[in-house]
Design a protein around this ligand. Structure first.
Ligand SMILES: [Zn+2]
Length: 145
């Protein structure tokens, strides 16, 4: 069983992208692919107990969460503010990469940077688990994880 982290406002579910049925992919969908302890715990559960050998992070075009983070002014507040705050480092990186470019390019760059940041956090989580002595079921079956 693969594991997919994708955005809540993506119009294409991972099951359709990979031509899989319901239950064949463990999917965690959250706005902007942000990672918090609950999301990471869900991913850890899939890796440990369901033997998910692969984690995929799926960003998407015209992401509303990333666009909101690009448009955010001032200090983000509330629960949506928590999403914006999580995406803000990718937006900052994209602004540094795309000074003077149009907003559409900035948003697409921020979407890519945000997905890469989420991938990095997934790797850190998996590495931390390995150091803690957990074995993933995928390794038991000889799969490269
Ligand atoms: Zn989105």
């Amino acid at each position: 069983m693969r594991l997919s982290s994708s955005c809540s406002d993506s119009r294409v579910p991972p099951e359709i992208i990979f031509d899989k049925g319901l239950g064949e992919i463990f999917v965690v969908r959250v706005a902007g692919n942000v990672l918090d302890p609950v999301v990471l715990g869900s991913i850890e559960y899939a890796a440990e107990h369901l033997g998910s050998p692969l984690v995929m992070v799926l960003g998407h075009e015209r992401c509303g969460a990333v666009t909101a983070a690009v448009d955010a002014k001032g200090k983000p507040e509330g629960n949506i503010g928590a999403i914006i705050k999580n995406i803000a480092p990718a937006v900052k990186q994209a602004k540094n990469e795309y000074k003077g470019k149009d907003k559409a390019e900035l948003v697409e760059t921020a979407i890519n940077d945000n997905a890469k940041t989420s991938c990095g956090k997934h790797r850190e989580t998996v590495a931390g688990h390995e150091e803690a002595g957990y074995r993933r079921k995928g390794e038991d079956r000889g799969r490269k994880v």
